[in-house]
Design a protein around this ligand. Structure first.
Ligand code: NAI
Ligand code: MG
Length: 491
């Protein structure tokens, strides 16, 4: 277990791997470039990291293809693939404190949130390690004198493009099932947060993954990411990020008819009924929106509150919000660190200004905190209406909109009136209401009297424009295997 302690990290790295990991070697780009990576708590540059150009993407794909078709990986027993994932999980566990510190340094999440993420990484790698030798086909009672069975085989070389909000956890969600199923990987971390992935790349080599099985290339979306999406020898793209980016990727992947899976954003409804446990619901609404500064695809950003308790609820949430300790994310007493970048800071402040212009009632927050780093005060808008931009767009910051409601039918209809469908939650003591809501709300995950409970074992993904496919749990295996039917004539 990674322990959550009230201490600053004991091992903050001061040197970092910065090159490209291709075919088991750390190499300089052939036609790429380099870019600075920033500490969002200070705005200062931490290191300069190599960016892959199209020729580098091609090198990585060739290495992944060779490892898939003819290297030791292609002949390895499934159980041994699992063993390598267990090895990696063990190494992550040994280096948990250092990895958590690196995550905090580059991403800005509080040290205890980073420690929680690292535990999630370990859990995910171990969960999929266990799957490696349990991915089975079927025998099928076909008509005629034949024997038919199915094989589940790797999709091939998979390109994985991930965002900055959970850098290592998103890496584990993508490596775990891909490697358990026998694929080889070319991964591009987010340009905001390259450092922890590079460190885990070193651990992957130490764990014993053969050269070419895991390739790590940093760079920007429009260049490095794009070169992956159009590369003819990548079989699948797995992407997490913005819905508009997914649309571009789906169009660009069309020419090679790549398989694509998408985990995108949301505008998740968090619905508070008057018959809830009020203390738990206030705390739940607080956690739903402010966890990791709202930089969470499942953030409970549309807070529907039953009219009977609306006024009291907003007062209590506002009081709770004012206790939030914002500051140095390395300090274990800090509860909210900076947003990840200047771009995100500007975007969030832009939405706050728009909310006021559109006539929502700003209850608390609404401002940048300090003038160094990218900190935003937790913000509540009350009496938000469904048609306001702040009720429709994903803000991806610590900004919640409160929307009063009166009845179950009304709130379900309004909760579903969005092109998103990632998560939803209900707070009530009435079991009928809970099940009815769970059935009728259009979302890939529904929480009852809890929020942000996500586990390696449970399928995760979106309805509608929140995604395609599922990650985590057994469900992810389907998206990393091709199904082959073998039919044999029996004499
Ligand atoms: P983004 O979708 O642009 O970036 C995510 C990843 O996609 C990064 O690795 C990026 O380099 C890559 N990428 C960008 N354009 C690409 C392209 N044309 N081809 C291939 N890869 C490409 O997200 P960004 O700009 O970092 O954040 C913008 C907004 O996206 C946020 O404000 C938030 O609303 C949403 N977002 C949602 C996330 C989620 O967990 N669902 C995570 C991060 C951002
Ligand atoms: Mg972008």
């Amino acid at each position: 277990m990674v322990t959550l302690t009230a201490t600053r990290p004991t091992a903050v790295p001061t040197t970092y791997p910065t090159k490209l990991l291709i075919d088991g070697h750390w190499v300089d780009p052939l036609d790429g470039d380099s870019f600075p990576t920033i500490n969002p708590a200070t705005g200062e540059t931490i290191a300069t990291v190599a960016a892959a150009g199209p020729k580098d993407v091609d090198r990585a794909v060739k290495a992944a293809r060779q490892a898939l078709e003819s290297g030791p990986w292609s002949r390895m027993d499934a159980a041994d693939r699992g063993k390598l994932l267990y090895n990696l999980a063990d190494l992550v566990e040994q280096r948990a404190e250092e990895l958590a510190a690196l995550e905090t340094l580059n991403c800005g999440k509080t040290i205890n949130d980073s420690r929680g993420d690292i535990q999630g990484v370990i859990n995910t790698l171990r969960y999929y390690a266990g799957w490696a030798d349990k991915i089975e086909g079927r025998t099928i009672p076909v008509r005629g004198n034949f024997l038919s069975y199915t094989l589940r085989q790797p999709v091939g070389v998979v390109g994985q493009i991930i965002p900055w909000n959970f850098p290592l956890l998103m890496l584990a969600w993508k490596w775990g099932p891909a490697l358990a199923c026998g694929n080889t990987v070319v991964m591009k971390p987010a340009e905001q947060t390259p450092l922890s992935a590079l460190r885990i790349g070193e651990l992957a080599i130490e764990a014993g993954f053969p050269p070419g099985v895991i390739n790590l290339i940093n760079g920007f979306g429009e260049t490095t990411g794009h070169a992956m999406v159009v590369h003819p020898d990548i079989d699948k793209i797995a992407f997490t990020g913005h819905v508009e980016t997914a649309k571009i990727i789906q169009k660009n992947a069309a020419d090679t008819l790549k398989r694509t899976t998408f985990e995108l954003g949301g505008k998740s409804p968090n619905v508070i009924f008057a018959d809830c446990d009020l203390d738990a619901a206030v705390e739940g609404a607080f956690h739903a929106i402010y966890f990791h500064g709202g930089q969470c695809c499942t953030a409970g950003s549309r807070l529907f509150v039953e009219e009977k308790i609306h006024r009291e609820f907003v007062q209590r949430l506002a009081a709770r919000t004012q206790t939030r300790r914002i500051g140095d994310p390395m300090d274990p007493n800090t509860q909210q660190g900076p947003q990840v970048s200047q771009e995100q800071l500007d975007k969030i402040l832009g939405y706050i200004a728009l909310g006021q212009k559109e006539g929502a009632n700003l209850v608390v927050g609404g401002n940048r905190v300090g003038d160094r780093g990218f900190f935003v005060a937790p913000t509540i808008f009350d009496n938000v209406r469904d048609e306001m931009t702040i009720a429709k767009d994903e803000i991806f910051g610590p900004v919640v909109g409160v929307l009063p409601f009166q009845s179950m039918d009304e709130v379900i209809e309004r909760a579903n009136r969005t092109h998103y469908g990632l998560a939803a939650a209900i707070w009530t003591k009435d079991i009928d209401k809970a099940h009815l809501f769970a059935k009728r709300v259009k979302a890939g995950t529904v929480w009852v009297n809890c929020y942000h409970v996500v586990d390696a074992t449970t399928p995760f993904g979106g309805f509608k424009m929140s995604g395609q496919g599922r990650e985590n749990g057994e469900a992810a295996l389907e998206h990393y295997t091709e199904l082959k039917t073998v039919t044999i004539r029996l004499r």
